[in-house]
Design a protein around this ligand. Sequence first.
Ligand code: HEC
Ligand code: HEC
Length: 434
Amino acid sequence: MDNRFYRRKVEIIFPFGNNCTIQNVLDISSIQFYDGTLLQLLPIQSKHMKYLPYLIGLLTILIIFPACQNDDNNGEEMEEEIDTSILSEYLDLPETPFNYADIPIPTHISNPPVIESDNTPAANPITDYGATLGRVLFYDPMLSANNTISCSSCHLQEFGFSDPESFSIGFEGGTTPRNSMGLANARFYENGRFFWDERAATLEDQVLLPIQDHIEMGMELDDLTTKLAATEYYPVLFRLAFGEGDITSEKISLALSQFVRSIVSFDSKFDQALAGTTGPPPEVIPGFTPQEQLGHDLFHSPVTNCSNCHSTTLQIGREATNNGLDVVYADNGLGEVTGNPADDGKFKVPSLRNVALTGPFMHDGRFKSLTDVIVHYNSGIAPHPNLDNRLRLPSGDPRHMSLDAEDIAALVAFLNTLTDEGLKTDEKYSDPFR
Ligand code: HEC
Ligand code: HEC
């Protein structure tokens, strides 16, 4: 059995600095510069074939000439083999990596505006090896100071990558001040900000914070790169993902972000009902029970306004808002970050996909069940000065939805149709350690 992966890749080091790689030397279709610029090469039509020798000549000059100027560095072809045999001693990874880079997004999801809300930056597209490295990092307790806690300790796959406890336990037994968040479809939060209070401007920033957090993992990034470099498997995984070079905290951030963004979930009962459709969901959802249908209708009705905040076919928000949990918040969320009282009590509006798995609910895990959540919206909305207008009556008072027990049960039944059972065990997102 051949335990080697081949990289068909040329690295070009230009003297003026904008280095680039060419994927698949034999069939060049595009050149990706490290600053994100993508140079598309047009297919050559047969009537232009007479220009082919000139084109090849031009490309040769482009590729070989600058590389020759730098023949003391790594500017030559890297069609190399990476010996991956050591990986199988520690990790149960497939010989060909799982597909993370090109997961098909079904039509009912790929419609705008969902697809436009993809927060993947041009500088960090998901690759199969990058996300594979991210997966290993995500499950590795070595990321904590005393090797006890991994990302997955607080983001458990079977609970939609959240924690069934209201607060999570960190590396020295301390508890987090907020409830852990589910990670599926985090990629589609439009403003691309992360955490309940949206304090991380990008996912690339976010993923390094729990590692250094003094309650969560307590690690210095410099110590972490040294620790990873001393293992047998990380140097191989980083090489597969990023080519030659040191293990850096930037690469850790890129890989973890790729893995988190790869966690998408499109196979709930709701998705199965909408499969193949485009545009807004039909009024009558095929295969729904009368109760689920009633819940769907209520969710999208002006009585509740749920879908005005938890919008699109991913039931996801666009920016932090105040949903009237308290008159005075113990934790002011976004307000703590900006210092602006107008932001007090505003929190990220998470996707409700897999919400039946991610309880307890809200930033402090105050509600144990989905019924508790609906009861809050029905009759418990607090008149906070920043309460969002979508939860107010025209008079400005908090909404009272006048839902009866049957309506509440129906809304819960609808939320339960958003669970993707396959996600709980999907191997590509699971613990790879032996
Ligand atoms: C000790 C528990 C704990 C550990 C370990 C932990 N997290 Fe978290 N995670 C949380 C909590 C709690 C929050 C919410 C914190 C907040 O909003 O202030 C969170 C939030 C997040 C979010 C934000 C999701 C969103 O939609 O905004 C991401 C992404 C995330 N964690 C990824 C990770 C990664 C990657 C790791 C490992 C490097 C990790 N977490 C380690 C508890 C943990
Ligand atoms: C004004 C916007 C808004 C409206 C309308 C709204 N929500 Fe929310 N929802 C939020 C915000 C903000 C949060 C997070 C609040 C927090 O944690 O402090 C949230 C949280 C939730 C959660 C918990 C998610 C989790 O992972 O903990 C559920 C479930 C939920 N909403 C369901 C609903 C339902 C059902 C309706 C309609 C009855 C509704 N929401 C109406 C803004 C809204």
